[in-house]
Write a protein that binds this ligand. Structure first.
Ligand code: HEM
Length: 421
């Protein structure tokens, strides 16, 4: 037991050193292949799919207001750092790896007789491939272990079960959540393995779920497994005023000062019963969601070529004749004065597909993910959705509540610095 712990700690400290080295070479192109790379190789590399990057440094973390990528992994961790100093080292190591992986570059050369500095899964150069690494903390990190209790975000709590939830503790909660998103599956897997290799003694994987987003069919917002365009009505992420009002925590009580620029993150693993869903007539499916299936348009639009750019409006339909009062979109956002303060969240969800259950039924569903300035907004919305017509077709089985940290401002800064110092 103690030997195991010693091994974990040693690998973690190695990780910190490797992380710093990795961060320093971010963006550099030192060739380290057996054959010396020519300039042509690198020109080719730059035009390859995957050379695009999302800026890592900023007031807010990437992976929230930035465009959703195709592939994602949500990794929840139990922190095993022995004390506040080790926790700080863990956050520094995570920052160094995230900065390097997000920018891409050539890993430092290592002698053939030593452990390699990179698995080469992405080839000679680590391609950024739009990778975003988004780090969030759970309520349990603010227990007695690290003296952080007085700094807990005002609304952060452990996720409780709503009516109809069937939460499995094995895939719920966690001290930390690391959300990895990128253009391709190998980039996400590479980032995960890299981060695990460099943080081994500081945190232990608790649960993980992979997600993906489909291409538009045929245009616009991608569909979910239920065949509906999903993610149409969302805050405008390019509108700073709207993001500051609905998503980013602003300075001021009751939130502790370090939280400004962060946001509450909710992840819900929601299984879908697609065999049951796919025998429901389409007009009934449309009444369950409150939108047309093929076009994504609101229900008042009857033309097959109607656009999903039309906004749902309920002013002429107080009884819910056209758009049922208990349909998904109308309960999520009833457009009433009473619910105005609890109707805006930023959804950034993915689909999942896992091994079947013991009865042989597919385990497919939604990695529902959303960000909001107040956790209370999500809780009020989810409470309204307890009465929705979608209930028999879904089952929330896991996830958790987290607080996505403010952004890392520059190469001297690190995740959670204002929380830890
Ligand atoms: C399996 C689970 C879910 C599925 C399949 C699903 C699907 C959809 C679809 C198809 C739409 C309409 C198109 C759009 O505006 O994006 C929608 C809208 C929406 N959903 Fe969900 N959703 C799920 C869970 C949730 C949860 C858990 C919440 C929050 C508690 C939520 C909040 C919303 C909101 C706020 C809207 C936009 C409402 C509006 O302003 O019109 N959804 N969802």
């Amino acid at each position: 037991m103690s030997g195991m712990r010693a091994f974990q700690r040693r690998s973690f400290l190695q990780g910190v050193a490797g992380g710093v080295a990795g961060a320093v070479v971010a963006g550099s192109v030192t060739p380290c292949m057996a054959r010396a790379a020519t300039e042509d190789d690198y020109n080719l590399e730059a035009t390859r799919e995957g050379a695009r990057s999302v800026p890592f440094y900023g007031v807010n973390q990437a992976g929230i207001g930035t465009a959703p990528q195709t592939a994602a992994s949500f990794l929840a961790f139990d922190v095993t750092a022995a004390n506040r100093g080790e926790l700080t080292a863990l956050f520094r190591a995570l920052t160094a790896r995230a900065a390097f992986l997000s920018a891409g570059g050539t890993p430092p050369p290592t002698p053939a007789t030593s452990a390699p500095s990179d698995d080469r899964l992405l080839g000679p150069t680590v391609l950024p491939d739009d990778l975003t690494v988004t780090v969030a903390v759970g309520a349990s990190l603010f227990d007695g272990r690290y003296g952080l209790a007085p700094s807990k975000p005002a609304q952060l709590e452990t996720m409780h079960a709503f009516a109809h939830d069937n939460l499995d503790p094995a895939i719920s909660d966690g001290d930390l959540l690391v959300q990895l998103c990128a253009g391709h599956r190998d980039t996400v897997g590479h980032a995960m393995l890299d981060i695990l290799a460099h943080t081994g003694g500081g945190m232990r994987l608790r649960w993980r779920i992979d997600g993906f987003r489909f291409p538009p069919r045929p245009v616009g917002i991608p569909r979910d497994w239920m065949g509906f365009k999903d993610g149409i009505a969302n805050p405008d992420t390019t509108n700073t005023a709207q993001m500051n009002q609905q998503v980013w925590v602003q300075p001021g009580a009751p939130e502790p000062p370090w939280t400004a620029g962060g946001t509450y993150q909710v992840v819900r693993i929601i299984r879908m019963f697609l065999d049951k869903w796919n025998v429901v007539p389409v007009d009934q499916q449309e009444r369950i969601f409150g939108r047309r299936k093929l076009s994504g348009a609101p229900l008042y639009a009857t033309s097959p070529t109607a656009t999903d750019l039309l906004d749902p409006v309920y002013t002429n339909d107080p009884e819910g004749v056209l758009t049922p009062l208990n349909c998904h979109i109308r309960l999520a956002n009833p457009q009433t004065p009473q619910t105005a303060a609890t109707s805006a969240i930023l959804r950034r969800s993915f689909q999942y597909d896992r091994s079947p259950d013991v009865q042989g039924n597919p385990d497919m569903g939604h990695v529902f993910c959303c960000f909001q300035q107040q956790l209370a907004t999500y809780i009020a919305m989810q409470t309204r959705l307890e009465d929705e017509m979608l209930v028999p077709f879904i089952s929330p089985v896991g996830g958790g509540y987290f607080f996505a940290l403010p952004g890392v401002s520059d190469a001297q800064d690190y995740y959670g610095r204002a929380l830890l110092t």
